[in-house]
Design a protein around this ligand. Structure first.
Ligand SMILES: Nc1ncnc2c1ncn2[C@@H]1O[C@H](COP(=O)(O)OP(=O)(O)OP(=O)(O)O)[C@@H](O)[C@H]1O
Length: 529
């Protein structure tokens, strides 16, 4: 495409404009489609549409769509404080900001243009801040790999930025109107979240995740008890947070109880409270979690671990919202929506007498299954992007990216520990790689070995790995004893969890540990939040 096309590109062909306008109610499809049109009409090698995450306390930019960038880019969240180029674009008063070819400000996409091993030393880069109703909404960025490629294209790019801002305005107004109608006239400026689930930071747009996010939004509006099911580390807690955030109770408390971490002797007092003198150490009256969650949501995490005696007491709370503090005979009525989560098969637990059938029936009013990571396709890479960006910032790197063979391995690895395992594989891999070799101009590329995934030469088929990676610290590696011991502990815990289907109580038994001690250890080792 040459510069004579400029006047053509300032006006989008009518059929393309029509196609975009038809997607105003479906931003998840609108934005990629817009970038497709844009890359057809403008000479860029990569472009991205990013939106400010208004709900975050840090100023974050969330990619809504990208073209020409590695798939993990969509999962990254770019903090303005960390990315001076994006900060400069956000502050650009005069519309477009074009960076000089040898600009010293690091490019946030350095290393993220696939198959391009060289850094973006000399290239053309333009950004356009986008406002909606006079307020910053997001930005467009365009990169080209040759110096001067955008010469003569500024006017066309500015026109595309205006079109994008107009579309964003229309999308926002429609979303606000829809929210207004839904909430009976109260104007709520609720921005469409497509499939990124911003308030709970949930990344994912695979069909499995999209279906689940829609289901969450549907059931969130009701007051039904929800039982969140899924393997360990799939994101059940995030689902519970989203259920709360999307419910009419969002302004009320969300109280999280990890049933597995409650010491047996204190379960009842933790859940239902106690009165002064109820037992030695009860020096004053204390409200339990049910009371604390009054007007909001009580999240009973790992509910399958709740001792039978506490389950019996919970039945009444679930049935009529009544709780009784330990040591008191007074009933207190609470208005609580219960969301519970487990990675156990509760029906089996009931059959084997470890879980009360009546409590199970009360809890499983609306079972919601979170898909395992291996069923989420390229969401794996998007999630990797989220964790890569976090580690990049933590390690002060210009960029942290995956080699293409790492991408392949990640897509075929079964991830028995799910998102948590992915998060830790990247966290550990980044540190390992940082120690093992100097970054290339600030860019560090993670290989399958760094990630603890089996190495295979470029082009060879990715291995099918049936079990957790068992690579233990190599005695010849220069690791301090403490790090090596911790790595070994991590591997053992992950291995036992894998063998016991993610059941922490069984894993604890097989390791000869008390369940709460295993929890504490796992937390210290970064295997649990
Ligand atoms: N879709 C997602 N997007 C971003 N981060 C995610 C997503 N799903 C999970 N995570 C992250 O993965 C980690 C594990 O998630 P979470 O604790 O919610 O899993 P879980 O299913 O409750 O685990 P467990 O069964 O051990 O209780 C957390 O750090 C969480 O933030």
């Amino acid at each position: 495409m040459d510069n004579t096309a400029v006047t053509m590109t300032t006006t989008l062909p009518l059929d393309e404009t029509g196609a975009l306008l038809r997607l105003l109610d479906d931003p998840a499809r609108l934005w990629p489609r817009l970038l497709d049109s844009m890359t057809r009409h403008l000479p860029c090698d990569a472009c991205a549409l990013l939106r400010h995450d208004g709900r975050s306390s840090d100023a974050l930019l969330v990619p809504l769509a990208t073209r020409g960038l590695s798939p993990d880019t969509l999962g990254r969240r770019f903090a303005l404080n960390d990315h001076p180029r994006l900060r400069a674009i956000a502050g650009a008063e005069g519309g477009l900001l074009r960076f000089p070819p040898k600009c010293e400000l690091p490019d946030p996409y350095d290393g993220l243009i696939p198959d391009l091993n060289q850094r973006l030393h000399v290239h053309d880069c333009i950004g356009a801040p986008l406002n909606v109703d006079g307020r910053p909404w997001g930005m467009l960025t365009l990169d080209a790999l040759n110096e001067g490629r955008f010469d003569g294209w500024e006017e066309a790019i500015a026109a595309w930025a205006r079109l994008t801002a107009d579309l964003a305005t229309a999308v926002e107004r429609r979303a606000a109107l829809a929210a207004d109608v839904e909430r009976g006239g109260r104007v709520v400026r609720e921005l469409d979240e497509t499939t990124t689930g911003r308030e709970t930071g949930m990344v994912g747009s695979s069909p499995a995740m999209a279906a689940m996010l829609t289901e969450i939004d549907t059931v969130a509006a009701s007051d039904l008890v929800v039982l969140v099911l899924g393997e360990t580390g799939v994101g059940k807690e995030l689902v519970a947070r989203r259920l709360h955030a999307r419910s009419s109770r969002a302004a009320g408390p969300l109280v999280h109880v990890n049933c597995a971490a409650l010491p047996d002797a204190l379960v009842e007092s933790e859940l239902f409270g106690h009165v002064r003198g109820a037992f030695s150490g009860a020096v004053s009256d204390r409200r339990g979690k049910f009371e604390l969650a009054d007007g909001g949501t009580l999240f009973l995490d790992e509910v399958g671990e709740l001792p039978l005696a506490a389950q019996a007491k919970m039945l009444r709370a679930l049935q009529n919202g009544e709780v009784q503090r330990v040591g008191s005979d007074r009933h207190i009525t609470v208005d609580v929506r219960v969301v519970a989560a487990t990675n156990r098969d509760l029906a089996t637990e009931v059959r084997e007498g470890r879980f009360r059938a009546d409590v199970y029936h009360r809890l499983s009013v609306y079972p919601l299954r979170v898909p395992p990571l291996r069923d989420r396709g390229t969401d794996i890479l998007r999630l990797a992007g989220l964790f890569l960006e976090r580690n990049r910032a933590r390690l002060g790197l210009r960029n942290l990216r995956l080699s293409s063979s790492s991408e392949r391995h990640m897509l075929s690895y079964p991830w028995p520990g799910n998102v948590r395992e992915l998060e830790h594989a990247i966290g550990r891999g980044a540190i390992r790689a940082r120690v093992a070799r100097p970054p290339d101009g600030g860019v560090l590329t993670l290989t399958p070995i760094d990630l603890g995934l089996e190495e295979a030469g470029e082009g060879s088929p990715a291995p099918v790995i049936d079990a957790l990676p068992t690579r233990l610290p190599n005695p010849s590696e220069d690791l301090p004893l403490r790090d090596a011991v911790e790595e070994l502990q991590r591997r053992l815990i992950q291995d036992r969890l894998g063998r016991h289907g993610g059941n922490w109580a069984k894993a604890a038994r097989s390791l000869g540990l008390d369940r709460s001690n295993l929890f504490r250890l796992a937390k210290r080792l970064g295997l649990r939040e």
